[in-house]
Design a protein around this ligand. Structure first.
Ligand SMILES: Cc1cc2nc3c(=O)[nH]c(=O)nc-3n(C[C@H](O)[C@H](O)[C@H](O)COP(=O)(O)OP(=O)(O)OC[C@H]3O[C@@H](n4cnc5c(N)ncnc54)[C@H](O)[C@@H]3O)c2cc1C
Length: 396
């Protein structure tokens, strides 16, 4: 593998860097690595930021030109995210739309769906949420019970979803629903695009241990959804969902990894400026060892990410080995949060923005990181996937 960037990629990097230097709003940079998406005003600021990025031509870089993208190579997309991290700027808010639904629609959607939905994903005019999990269908997603019954040109959807990130601010959601309860579990499922303002939808925010409510319960009571909003074929939504999840674990993890690098840079700065027992934390051998271990792990993640990227650059779909990235990323993310807590000592318990170090971002990040080994597939499930589908171990 050639790790050097070509002259044109380097020129592209300079172009992004220059643009970001003059466009990143200063009030968005501090919270960039652990930005809350619970507060509606914060979400609106992030929506405006994605719009600015789009106007600059930086959103959907690797999407085809005919779908509103720039038709750039995936490597340029990665360079862009690296520069975004370097500038300490938050990524686009419409992550689910850009990294999961967009590629899914390009692979399985109708031309009408593509024309209708992709442009507003790019501008963040319509923010998307992912309605897959249910109270009895998380790891065992194929157990989902949310029912959709056909009535003429519409489906009537009833049931409950849970842990739906951003549902409280989302305009649309991509949902998995059961359309044939008699069929084998994986076969009677359909992938539906649902207008979150439809009558019959109730969204109830769930408070997390961070104190914020970024995800929600979503109740659907006889919600009418046009049949034209089915992605792929009726009863064949499982295959469509697998495309979505593969992108979630692969490209999205690469993007998360870039945020991790940004947090690591901040952690090194924190160690240099924090005094403990009359000496800098950065001079403590145990802290130094912890920092170096994280730097090594982060570098391994980056290289493994390049391996997945090579598949995508060759035009192949993301494979199950994307699960290795998600698995390692979540562990490093939690280790980083814990080291920050050790460096800060008792100060790490101060969460009030006015008094806390770095406005309480470390305490917030530490609590948020607990979710990293659960969302987008728990670590146990990822190990099952790796064991069975990558290493070929027997299922039992
Ligand atoms: C911050 C956050 C955001 C989320 N956002 C969304 C979202 O936007 N949309 C959405 O649809 N979902 C979302 N989720 C839900 C997430 O996908 C589920 O939490 C996850 O799939 C686990 O499902 P569960 O919570 O039902 O746990 P369960 O599946 O009940 O698992 C409980 C425990 O049992 C273990 N376990 C289960 N089955 C096995 C097995 N076969 N082998 C070994 N161990 C097993 C699990 O690893 C876990 O430790 C989010 C979750 C979090 C934490």
């Amino acid at each position: 593998m050639d790790f050097d960037f070509t002259p044109s990629e380097q020129a592209f990097r300079r172009e992004v860097r220059d643009w970001l230097q003059s466009h990143v709003p200063s009030d968005l940079t501090l919270g960039a690595f652990a930005f809350s998406r619970a507060d509606r005003e914060d979400v609106e600021r992030l929506r405006a930021w994605q719009r600015t990025l789009w106007e600059g031509g930086w959103v959907g870089l690797n999407w085809p030109v005919k779908y509103g993208g720039r038709g750039a190579a995936i490597l340029e997309q990665i360079i862009f995210y690296e520069e975004l991290a370097r500038a300490q700027a938050p990524p686009p808010i419409n992550r689910g739309g850009l990294s999961m639904l967009g590629p899914t629609l390009m692979a399985h959607g109708t031309e009408a769906q593509i024309q209708r939905f992709l442009p507003k994903i790019l501008t963040a005019e319509e923010i998307w949420c992912q309605g897959f999990s249910e109270p009895n269908a998380g790891s065992d997603l194929a157990n989902l019970q949310c029912r959709a019954v056909r009535d003429g040109d519409e489906f009537v959807v009833s049931g409950q979803k849970v842990w739906t990130s951003l549902a409280h601010v989302a305009d649309w959601g991509f949902f998995l629903v059961r359309t044939d309860p008699a069929a084998p579990r994986h076969k009677g499922i359909t992938f539906l695009l649902v207008d979150m303002r439809s009558p019959g939808i109730t969204v109830r925010p769930l408070r997390q241990m961070t104190g914020e409510a970024e995800f929600n319960e979503v109740f659907l009571d006889a919600v009418r959804v046009p049949v034209a909003n089915v992605v792929g074929k009726v009863n064949e939504g499982w295959q469509v969902a697998m495309t979505t999840l593969a992108y979630e674990r692969d490209l999205l993890t690469f993007i998360r990894n870039i945020s991790l690098r940004m947090a690591l840079d901040r952690l090194v700065t924190l160690a240099k400026k924090t005094e403990r027992n009359g000496a800098r934390a950065a001079d403590d051998p145990v802290v130094r060892q912890g920092l170096v271990a994280l730097l090594i792990e982060e570098r391994c993640l980056q290289l493994n990410g390049y391996r997945s990227l090579t598949r995508l650059v060759r035009g192949e779909a993301p494979g199950p080995e994307g699960s290795t990235s998600k698995l390692s990323w979540s562990r490093v993310d939690q280790d980083l949060a814990e080291l920050a807590t050790e460096i800060l000592g008792p100060l790490s318990q101060i969460t009030d923005k006015a008094w806390a170090v770095d406005e309480g971002q470390w305490a917030y990040n530490c609590l948020l990181a607990r979710a990293s080994t659960i969302r987008a597939g728990t670590s146990e499930i990822l190990k099952n996937i790796l064991g069975e589908r990558v290493l070929g171990l027997p299922q039992d």
